[in-house]
Write a protein of this length. Sequence first.
Length: 504
Amino acid sequence: MPLPLPRCSRCDARLIPNPDGDGLWCQFCGAARDDPEARRLAAGAQSAGRDHDYIPPARALDMPPEQHRLLDSAWACIQEGDLVSARFLLHDALRRFTDEADAWYLLSLTTGDPAEQRLSLERALAAQPYHAYAWRARGVLDGVIPAGDAPDMPDPHGPVEAESVIEACPVCGGALRFDPALGGLACYHCGHRPGASPGRGAPGAYTRLDHALLRRRFGFTRAWQIGARVLVCQNCAAQITLGAAQLSTVCPFCDSAHILVQDAVGSFDQPDALLPFRLDRAAAARAIHAALDPVLRPRVERGDLQGVYLPFWAFEGLATVLLPVAPAPRVPVRGGVFAVSAVLVSGARSPGQDVLEALLPYDLDALTGYDARYLALWPARLYEDDVIQASLAARAFLKHAGRGAALGRRLPPVALARTDHNAYHAPGGPLWEQIRVEIEGLSYRLILLPVWFAALHLSGGGYLPAYVNGQTGEVVIAARVDPGVSPRSASRVIRPLAPLPSRP
């Protein structure tokens, strides 16, 4: 067992091994020791491979001296393996300073009982949310992150190698495709229908956002910048290149359908659930025709139509509205805890939020567990904004929804959380300046929702973008795009939604 490291001669803080060289270093005042004894002590501490890298708060200005002494003494006992003395000192500290997060964290290091460890860590986090050491220790205890250090995850240079699953017809080797009318797979070439169809399992469970934040905070995930991915076709051995936002593709040589499973750096998560297309191509075309202004119909020369699965982060959580201690009489606001669910944040950057909001609602009760076979010959996008980025919009919407519920407004069954700046202002007035809205229990899952994309080419040039909800048939016709002009990311909706017409 290495000797406890000495204290700083300037500020009396415990020295630690110098991260930028040999010897010892004070993390509080910056003093350094490079003498032979300091080098020997630093080498001993580093070679010992200490299980815990906790550094006690030796120079917290607002900490009573006795509290400081108890914490430092307990930490020294833990380093020396004297857990009995450490527990005695920490129990003494907690009798005097009940809400001391560091003491609760150190107490978790003095026992091998997972239940006792969890209790101590929960008390530490209750006293100081996101206490770095307690947060990480609980993540290890829960199996969210491993006990060791996070691996290096440098930016990849060039395309990233990827793996895919392939769907091919067992009769002719052609591409299998999920047919909404049949509710199963069918060969695109010979019409064969294999017996095994995509499963209708339960959608994947929600994951606590805290877990994603924990993995990101301690370096086990990161925001990747992927330019392209490459995979080898298992059917014809051709090399296929996919764009950064593609989840599925078709081999240009043998027409086999490929759905990404993972890449070499682990840069994306698999979806938890999806809504299968309910409308086929013909039904989507009829819906667009019915919604189109009769004046414009004769001007449409042709239309390009493609069904795409778009990624959405679906959130749920609790919004707690806390009123002032003494609210004014007849206050039209009620405090309480309001459950908010089915909050969608788009993981794709197009189409714009006006279009996506107009396409709602989807019946999320019809979600099914993710099965890659649903994507056979159906384009699907990977998310471009990860869950950490998406959670910012979700939190803002949950606060907005909580304020609305406090005013007696009904929450929508499905809502799109917008990322627009200033989208969710709090009501004005002195009362709302005192009301607090807290978000708790935020959880998420990644889902794929079906959308038909259309470009209606007009005589004389230009085209109209159109979108169809692939489940309900609701239609959005966006503003005309003239030749040589790129469409805006948030297209203005110029046509009200129309119901899906019945088949003639």
